[in-house]
Design a binder for this molecule. Structure first.
Ligand code: HEC
Ligand code: HEC
Length: 286
């Protein structure tokens, strides 16, 4: 019987099986951008207009949602590749400057409702993927009303999130989780606010309290620090994962918008685990 001797063909097949997954699994920049935009970045949570049943069909990233946030009245921009009403005519450099620098090609600073300060931590590779992916989105002709600025306010990133993350930063679960919480701008909503409604990163990082009125009534951002009494300190990993990816609270009740649960549902389980590992390290604020 020759069955115990692997044939050359069988060996070749084994080698192919061994080596193929590595190539097949490597994400292209567009695939990486697609994953990020539609999960942790949740750009569409602001840039896709919402109807009663969620994101409006055929309007993905076409803008229009109005933000009344004194001293600004702005509308989320059309960031589809439409040349006349979207970002079709912008260069890659223009897009990167707007996304992580908060400045338009004409030099006009964006209102900080666009969370550009939180994107400063983004790695060059992820920024590249994000821009490459935006180019692939279906162009939608949709003009958005011009912004009204009664004052210029520049947003700053939270301490520890000022520079693009390095390979060393991303070498531990907590480090990768910190990165995802950074680009996910979780702490924009979850940090308590100071007297001028600026985020109080020094005293209220992750402590919650910000109110979000909407068709759902008013939701209040939760304390997501490691506090056992007020935060997530006593929650299990499974409970935290369920809150983030399914929008279900610890008591089983449905959590309210505007947190982008539907986007976070698409996070890879490993990324959710890293986010939880990082949240466990956020100093307790009572
Ligand atoms: C919290 C809501 C919010 C999120 C999340 C958000 N944006 Fe924005 N974005 C805005 C608003 C509002 C404006 C318009 C601000 C203004 O007019 O000053 C804007 C403006 C922009 C602009 C400038 C376009 C133009 O024509 O002026 C770009 C580019 C952009 N966003 C890209 C993105 C990308 C990419 C993401 C995801 C990584 C994202 N935004 C996430 C709210 C948001
Ligand atoms: C646009 C604002 C916003 C963003 C961005 C946001 N959240 Fe939330 N989050 C909220 C609000 C508001 C609630 C409370 C909802 C409710 O009580 O119905 C909440 C609830 C939660 C809860 C449940 C806590 C509890 O006590 O019920 C967790 C956990 C959480 N957020 C984590 C995160 C993480 C991690 C991110 C980033 C990946 C994030 N959030 C991004 C607004 C936001």
């Amino acid at each position: 019987m020759s069955a115990s001797r692997p044939s050359a063909a069988l060996l070749a097949a084994t080698l192919a099986v061994t080596f193929l997954p590595a190539t097949a699994g490597a994400e292209t920049p567009v695939e990486r951008g697609d994953y990020l935009v539609n999960s942790i970045l949740a750009c569409g949570n602001c840039h896709t207009p919402m109807g009663p049943d969620g994101p409006q069909a055929g309007m993905t990233l076409a803008g229009g949602t109005r933000f009344e946030a004194p001293p600004f009245t702005v509308h989320a921009s059309n960031i589809t590749p439409d040349t006349a009403t979207g970002i079709g005519a912008w260069s890659d450099a223009d897009l990167k400057t707007a996304i992580v620098g908060g400045v338009r090609p004409d030099g006009v600073p964006l209102a900080p409702i666009m969370p550009y300060a939180f994107y400063r931590v983004m790695t060059p590779a992820d920024l590249e993927g994000l821009v490459a992916y935006l180019r692939t989105v279906a162009p939608v002709a949709h003009a958005v009303p011009p912004p009204e600025y009664r004052q210029i306010i520049r947003a700053e990133p939270p301490p520890g999130f000022e520079q693009p993350a390095t390979a060393a930063d991303l070498s531990t679960p907590e480090g990768r989780g910190k990165y995802l919480v950074g680009i996910g701008h979780c702490m924009e909503c979850h940090t308590s606010r100071g007297p001028h409604s600026e985020p109080a990163f020094a005293t209220g990082f992750g402590a919650g309290g910000m109110e979000f009125p909407g068709p759902w009534g008013v939701s209040v951002a939760a304390n997501i620090t490691a506090s056992k009494a007020k935060g997530l300190g006593d929650w299990t990993d499974a409970e935290i994962a369920r809150a983030i990816t399914e929008g279900v609270g610890r008591d089983g009740a449905r959590l309210k918008p505007p947190m982008g649960y539907g986007f976070y549902a698409k996070l890879k389980p490993g990324d959710v685990a890293d986010i939880i590992a990082y949240l466990r390290t956020v100093p307790a604020v009572e």
